[in-house]
Design a protein around this ligand. Sequence first.
Ligand code: 0RA
Length: 628
Amino acid sequence: MAEKKYTGTEIQVLEGLEPVRKRPGMYIGSTDARGLHHIVYEVVDNAVDEALAGFCTTIKVDILTDGMISIEDDGRGIPVDIHPKKKVSTLQVVMTVLHAGGKFEQGAYKVSGGLHGVGVSVTNALSSYLKAEVKRDGKLYMQEYIRGTPKEEVKEMGKVEGSGTKITFAADPEVFETTSFKFETLQTRLREMAFLNKGLRIILTDHRTEKKADFQYKGGIQEFVEWINRKKNVLHKPIYYEKERDGIMIECAIQYNDGFQEQLFSFANNINTHEGGTHLTGFKSALTKSLNRYAEKQGMMQKGQRLSSDDFKEGLTAIVSVKVPEPQFEGQTKTKLGNSEVKGIVETISSDQLGIFLQETPGVAKLILKKAIDASKAREAARKAREIVRRKSVFESTTLPGKLTDCSTKDREKSEIFIVEGESAGGTAKQGRDKNYQAILPLKGKIINVEKARLLKVLKNAEVSALITAIGTGIGEEFTIDKRRYNKIVIMTDADVDGNHIACLLLTFFYRYMKELIDSGHIYLAQPPLYKIGKGRKVRYAYTEAEKDKILKEVGEKVSIQRYKGLGEMNAEQLWETTMNPETRTLKLITIEDAVSADEMFSTLMGDQVAPRREFILEHAKEAELDV
Ligand code: 0RA
């Protein structure tokens, strides 16, 4: 390092934040778009903590330019008095010392300090510039930082009214792969925060586009389940309760719809506990027991008959949100609540509340139970059907579906399967492929819409059954990723409305029954070209309108343009070259960011409009680097 005279503050800063800049991934998970948004949530979480403590009512998030954002709250404002140990302003300590932000109050519920829980100092460390403005005790205070180092000490800027904190920062392009904030990403998380913190108002403004979102939900998670179900036919108004016991806050909302999927989300201190935990276990147990008890009392079931928790899943939308003073997060992604005392508390409170609800609302109780009894019957029938499908795939591995043209390699990691729309395109793909490692499964027409049918009917569908057998993993609870027969599963459909629809139906199927294949990055969309542009004997392909225009500009006049309406218009060689050859093709990797927004997308997909569907595919199909 170049010679330099350190002042006290600078040395302390270097000690404090250097490790964050050296290994940002350790603190925020990654330096891609996800990590970029994480440093925004780090600040928002602190503002939400002020709301939880009862001091903040409104949070404003403003995307100022591509890499610059501000987060303003009307909380107490970060303290500015001289810190007794560090002998500088507490504001500077909070902004420049790791973990300093959360150590002040004991016993309060906190969002910050949760998942990665690293505090605003991490945001500061990873910003090329940051400005903190604090309104407190009638005065405005300000400090600026460059890559976490204060420019000067905290300055008093004059008199103001009210209190609060405003943090403005520019994400450091030396750290992040992208510094472009995404409105939709922020919107999803901020909406969720508003649902989870009843009454809190969160306003997001994108000054690049003038897009705006303004969230405030007086009904909290009760409105959350209604929102999740907004495109579904619901069976009743949400069941909702909120109770506190032994310092633990419990809030649950439940609403059944006439569909067959379960949407059950759990949160601890506003963090989405994807892996569940004690709060979820307690809730599920109470739901199953209370409904069984009620059904027995009402004589709705034969002696000895019992409904299982699976029977209550169909059409269930529910949110369980707890606030715990000292949450313990466990599991692979640290999103499983571990506090053992929480299970009993959630179970007792939920049993009491559900018992009361069922007694007082027998009409709704009967609707829910009828649905569960139907589910139980269907599940028994499906179990038999599934056994047949499974037996086939395990014991008769030679009798793969007749329509499958398999590849010859035994090396699974190199193998690919193309799921192709239509017999004719299937034939072309069969001729064009590299048969060593590429398998082809043609699908006749559209597969069944799994959103609108029960498992049994789904399994009876010949196209789905062929797909399941070919992939080899089994489905649902029996899904075993290690049994998959291919490394890449590529959906190859025409670039038109029907093709999009088929791709969506397939994605929905994978999402509902083989989600792990999406999570672990095995599902791709092929990208067939839209245009063939010929000049003399030279041929070029364009995959987008913009690309076509660019090529036309380059090659000049006297060209022939062919608009491909479907895969069928290409010959085997062209299909190989443009869409299947790893050297020249582009595949889009399908990723699912977040179950709530995914479900929302999938509902949108299955609606009648075409435009949102296209947007979905483009939105969720992250460009995989030219895949080799
Ligand atoms: C330290 C202590 C207190 C609040 C905060 C930090 C705080 C941090 C941020 C970050 C964004 N907005 C924020 N608001 C508050 C407790 C304040 C007190 O005891 O007065």
